[in-house]
Design a protein around this ligand. Structure first.
Ligand code: CDM
Ligand code: ATP
Length: 283
């Protein structure tokens, strides 16, 4: 096998609580991660030399800063592997959208190169490596919907309902550091048990960043009010994307017909096993 074409799915934070702040400034979270059957696609071809090429420019992100390239280099450094890869990234997920696109691209790169380079590192090992690239990378490596604590790296697999979602992007990029740096952000939600969160169910789930993001970004506020006219709406991560759940795909698709110019929306199904792991025959 010398080439793989694999998905890098989006994630939603179905619930996001901020329970504290660590001494290094990072915030402690409790969150429920679930994957979507929508995302980026990567094509990776093995090279016999150590070069890593990426033929897809990504806005202002320099090639060497792209999480795909950083993931490949990290794997080479960790294992001493002398092989390389030519990588093509078909980017569909918005940057700074709260859908974890960059983290998912990194995770897909780690799993794909582990195969193409015959490294046989365990998912545990790859998740620990991925954490060095970003707090959301481990859940994409592990590949199961999860209750997460810490900065999002302590993961317990869960089975969540799998509705259809409308995901709405209001056409702007939200700065995660700006949201986490906002004085008015709620940072003291008392920790709850995973059992309680699951028992209380989706209708009670909320995102502690929501009011701050709506105040800082009027475009998110406007889109939130609009989507709420169809179904109860939530923010994912620190935004900018919003989502609502529907029982039937047709109902979700009808909402898309009304989306305003300048906004982008898609319909996707929630998945408890990542489409990446389904494609690789894991689980
Ligand atoms: C909020 C989530 O979307 C939940 O899934 C993620 O935890 C955000 O992860 P991310 O986009 O990968 O964010 P990073 O690039 O790691 O962090 C950007 C900045 O946000 C702040 N940050 C981020 C995550 C966190 N738990 N606490 C923080 O205070 C830090 O200032 C950090 O420098
Ligand atoms: N392959 C990549 N795809 C997207 N962003 C990347 C990539 N490589 C590096 N980045 C950088 O990482 C930043 C965060 O990207 P990402 O798409 O993961 O944001 P996000 O959806 O807001 O994630 P989160 O839900 O974790 O907050 C981007 O703004 C960009 O500067």
């Amino acid at each position: 096998m010398s080439e793989l074409v694999l998905p890098a799915p989006a994630k939603l934070n179905r619930l996001l609580h901020i329970t504290g702040r660590r001494s290094d400034g990072y915030h402690e979270l409790q969150t429920l991660f679930q994957f979507l059957d929508h995302g980026d696609t990567l094509r990776l071809r093995r090279r016999d030399d150590a070069a890593v090429t990426l033929d897809t420019p990504l806005g202002e992100v320099a090639r060497d800063d792209n999480l795909v390239v950083r993931a490949a280099r990290l794997l080479q450094a960790e294992t001493g592997c002398g092989l390389g890869a030519d990588i093509h990234l078909d980017k569909r997920l918005p940057l700074g959208g709260g859908l974890g696109g960059g983290s998912s691209d990194a995770a897909t790169t780690l799993l794909a190169l582990n195969r193409l380079w015959s490294l046989e590192l365990s998912l545990e090992h790859l998740a620990a490596l991925g954490l060095r690239l970003g707090a959301d990378v481990p859940v994409f490596v592990r590949g199961h919907a999860a209750w997460a604590e810490g900065i999002g790296e302590r993961l317990t697999p869960v089975e969540l309902d799998t509705p259809w979602f409308v995901v709405l992007h209001p056409g702007i990029e939200v700065s995660t550091p700006r949201v986490f740096g906002a004085p008015q952000l709620t940072r003291d939600t008392p920790p709850i048990s995973m059992a309680r969160a699951l028992q209380e169910g989706p209708r009670t789930w909320r995102n502690d960043c929501e009011s701050t993001v709506r105040r800082l970004y009027p475009a998110v506020d406007e889109a939130f009010d609009w989507l709420s006219g169809f179904a109860p709406t939530r923010l994912t991560g620190t935004g900018a994307c919003l989502f609502c759940s529907l029982r039937h795909e047709a109902e979700a698709r009808r909402i898309l017909e009304h989306v305003r110019d300048g906004w982008h929306a898609f319909v996707a199904r929630g998945c408890n096993v990542s489409p990446l792991h389904q494609a690789l025959g894991l689980f």
